[in-house]
Structure formats: C-alpha cells, structure tokens
Design a protein around this ligand. Structure first.
Ligand SMILES: NC(=O)c1ccc[n+]([C@@H]2O[C@H](COP(=O)([O-])OP(=O)(O)OC[C@H]3O[C@@H](n4cnc5c(N)ncnc54)[C@H](O)[C@@H]3O)[C@@H](O)[C@H]2O)c1
Length: 251
C-alpha cells in the first residue's frame, strides 16, 4: 500500500494507459479522481465509485476553467491533492503523415491538449500542493522525441515539450517540495491504439522487433514507474523522465 492516504488525479483516466494507472493507484491505497473529457463518471462507477474511493470529473485539460473545476472537485471529494498524473493526450487517433501534409488545425489541437493541457492541469493543482507542503506530478511523455520517430511531427514535438516542461517545472516547484517527473512509454496497446487499425498495422510489429524484450507493451507495463514517482519511494527524485519501452531506447 505505497499510496495509502494519497489523493491522486489521473487525467485521461477513463480508458487506456490512464485507466491502468487509476487501477494501480487504487490497489496501492490511493483515493483517485478520474478527469476525462469522455466517460469519466462511468469509468469511476465501474471501478466501484465513491464507496471505493474513486470519483469521475468531466474535464477537457486544454480548458483552464475545466482544470480548475477538476481541482475543486478533487478537494471537495477528498480534501487534498497529493498527485497529478498528466496522462490525457492525443495520440491513438492520429495517423502517420509526412510533415508537409499535416493539417494545421490538427497541429494546434495536439499542442493544445498534450502541452498546454499538462501545463493547465498542473497549474490548477499546484496551489493545493503548496498549501499542503508538497506533492508529485507525473507527466506522460513518449519514446518518440528520444528516437526522433518520423511521420508524427506534431506529436513528437508535443512530447519533446513535455520532457522540457518536466525539467523546468521541477526547478520552479522544487522549493515547495513538489516533484515533477515523466514516464515515456513505447508503443503501447492501449484501448485507443487497439481501435486504430492504421497504427496497429504500421507500428505493432516494428515496435516489438526494436525492443530488447521482444513482446507487445501493455498499459500495465507502465504503472510501476508511475507508482514509483507518485509514492515516497521517489521522495528525492525530480526532473527525471524514465523510458519504459522494453529496452528499445536507452536513456
Ligand atoms: N499508446 C501508446 O502507444 C503511447 C505511447 C507513448 C505515450 N502515450 C501517451 O500516453 C497517454 C495515454 O495514451 P493512451 O494510448 O492510453 O490513449 P487512449 O486514446 O487509449 O486514451 C486517452 C484518454 O484520454 C482522454 N482524453 C483525450 N483528450 C483529452 C482531453 N483534452 N482532456 C481530457 N481527457 C482527454 C480520452 O477521452 C481517453 O480516455 C497519452 O498522453 C499518450 O500520448 C501513449
């Protein structure tokens, strides 16, 4: 029970990697707020609802108003916020596209959700963490900016920005004992990815072969790293991004 007494918010927690993180946090004793633009209340109910210490909040992370309402809802439900997992992101709906053909509106939406969304959600929870004397923020990045993966330039740029924000925010928030770390998964068979035949066809086999541990990556492969950063096991670790991808990239 490494997260006993902890209150955590998981953005994008209604499915995929986010839902696996929600389940791991609950199993480790945390109370959890699922903040998602779709299906948050239903997902929380399916995990047992308030009776089991999990509530759902409808929230688009790219909206400042929504992220502030998310923090307020967490404080109303559980009285504190110890952990924010910035997991919501646009990835699984994207198709691999040469950069000359990328739609400018898609560029803007990817940056708005993946970069500004993480910053907005962080900004919303930091006042409570400061009042409490500390906290932990875990940013979902990706292996793609490390490897320079082609044909998704907007996405790779957004996750490169996440890595940079993790470092810069760790410096801004360290004095308040708020730690900021990142987890960078490889290609993961999340709910969203499984529903995208284009990605499955283009990336599943090539990703498996690029790994030292040559098998598919599942959402459950990522949760150990998130629990480490969420819990006091990593009390003296900040500004780091841990690549979790079966050894495809050594960072
Ligand atoms: N699946 C992968 O291969 C992979 C690899 C590396 C990193 N990641 C990252 O992990 C995270 C989760 O990916 P996934 O594959 O589990 O995704 P997914 O598509 O399976 O689930 C994403 C969840 O986020 C929610 N969401 C999307 N936009 C939102 C918004 N604006 N506000 C709030 N919620 C929003 C969706 O409703 C959904 O519940 C993302 O940040 C993604 O970039 C995924």
């Amino acid at each position: 029970m490494r997260c006993s007494g902890i209150v955590a918010i998981v953005t994008g927690g209604a499915m995929g990697i986010g839902l696996a993180i929600v389940r791991a946090l609950l199993a480790e004793g945390a109370k959890v707020v699922i903040a998602d633009s779709a299906g948050a209340a239903e997902a929380a109910e399916a995990e047992g609802g308030a009776r089991k210490g999990v509530v759902g909040v409808s929230c688009d992370v790219s909206s400042r108003r929504d992220t502030e309402a998310m923090a307020t809802a967490a404080l109303e439900a559980f009285g504190r916020i110890d952990v924010l997992v910035n997991n919501a992101g646009i990835y699984s709906t994207l198709e691999m596209t040469p950069f000359e053909d990328l739609d400018i509106d898609e560029w803007r939406r990817v940056l708005e959700v993946n970069v500004i969304g993480q910053a907005m959600a962080t900004r919303a929870v930091v006042p409570a963490m400061r009042r409490q004397g500390g906290g932990s923020i875990v940013n979902l990045s990706s292996g793609t900016p490390f490897k320079g993966v082609p044909f998704m330039l907007h996405y790779v740029a957004s996750k490169g920005a996440v890595n940079a924000m993790t470092r810069a925010l760790a410096k801004e928030l360290g004095a308040a004992d708020i730690r900021v770390n990142g987890v960078a998964p490889g290609f993961t068979l999340s709910d969203g990815v499984r529903a995208n035949p284009h990605q499955m066809e283009k990336l599943q086999e090539i990703s498996r072969q690029a790994r030292v541990i040559q098998r598919d990556q599942h959402p459950e492969d990522i949760v150990g790293a998130v629990i480490f950063f969420a819990s006091q096991d990593s009390a003296f670790v900040t500004g780091q991004t841990l690549v979790v991808d079966g050894g495809a990239y050594f960072h």
